[in-house]
Design a protein around this ligand. Sequence first.
Ligand code: AMP
Ligand code: MG
Length: 496
Amino acid sequence: MQHIPFNNQYVSLGDTFYVKTSPLPVASPSLIKLNDELARELGLSVSNLHAADAAALFSGNSIPEGAEPLAMAYAGHQFGHFNPQLGDGRAILLGEVISPDGERFDLHLKGSGHTVYSRGGDGRAALGPVLREYLVSEAMKKLDVPTTRALAVVTTGEEVVRERLLPGGIITRVASSFVRVGTFQFFAAKGDQEAVQKLADHVIERNYPEASEAKNPYVALLKAVVDRQAALIAQWMHLGFIHGVMNTDNMSIAGETIDYGPCAFMDIYDHDQVFSSIDRDGRYAYSNQPSIGLWNLTRLAESLLPLLAESTEAAVEVARGVLETYIDHYQSEWLAGMQAKCGLFARSEQTNEEDKALIEELLNTMAANHADFTLTFYHLSQLPSQASEQDSDIQAMFESQGELENWLAKWRQRLTKETLIDTERQDKMQAVNPVYIPRNHQIEAAIRAAEDNNDFSVFHELHEVLQNPYVQQQGKARYSLPPEPDEVVQQTFCGT
Ligand code: AMP
Ligand code: MG
């Protein structure tokens, strides 16, 4: 029976782009979670499968009809150092589907076994990181951030060797494309211009069809990727999200958040927060993400150079012109999002300048007072335009009150320019200031219960709460709270 209406295009690019590889069967797969909502969106009839059939499907033990499994080739700058040969070392592209809405998606297994690109790795994934990816990527979706999605997670019934033995897991991911900046670098570094162009044509047709109408479609492609990436990173910043491994192989060409490893949301606001254990110099710290975005896009522009103009000199000029738009685009996205978080909707060139200063003052006050990032904005979104008893909720986030009180007075002064009544303004603020985010200590608790006690109830409950991040849910207040001192997660690990 065919559950998945595959319609595969990437495979037709030819075998310099991938190596056909089947997932390696696992001992005893068991289905932990199937994303029915996503399955419906994709038009897959997998929700009524028997548990054993679903486990076989989402572990790669049975290859669905129409799948053409392959490991994609790519290169990438890892922490600034170029590696010409990466590729799917523990993932498999099963194939592509076209959703009932006419959109094309890739279905990918991660943790599915050894490939020619595994280098020294075992091709497997531990259950913990797989559960983290499921929770965080689905939370990002509900927070309206472009992201790969999670369709299913299974345990494998096998152990993987890390610092200790850990249970294995496999996640089925869905993306608008698994092509990365590093995919372009792979061919550019080999001097295979024809392949770069073929890949660019593929990406334009699939993800940026409007670029094909431009005078030079490749310039339009670069500009569109730059715009999407600027907007994406601005959204991360609005939520206190830290990707953790912004290597060029982990930057999607489609502008989606991809490759959730040691990612984390911050609790206390700290501009220079780093969680990842492998990010020793803080290259991918919270505050560095916008500039790293540009660094990565510059690597993309270099890979596309020969397509941008006739001469190298002219191409460099074109690339520079496009890349120069990134900072402005990022800054205007960042400011608009932060203004919305603060309820500042009546905007002009002059208020924009003043709002930027006002927002930066709030962030500095939060940092000085170790305020929780998410809850500060959440409580702000509850406040009336006149000082009120409710101010005590936001005050409780700050160690001392003087600077905050000053700030609130300035904020309320600024609110006098707004035309919305309080309840309208509060509704709009609450639509962008979540009460629930996937906090590290809660993810950790879900992983611990699953790995140590084979108890998935913590994972399921956390996932459920994160489905509705913007509304208080009865009896779920603890999910909105920052960690107790003994619960604080200082470091995250990619678990590869
Ligand atoms: P990442 O930083 O997790 O995105 O991975 C970087 C590269 O290492 C990619 O080429 C992965 O496919 C590869 N890789 C990561 N973990 C493993 C593993 N356990 N086995 C084989 N390859 C891996
Ligand atoms: Mg990766």
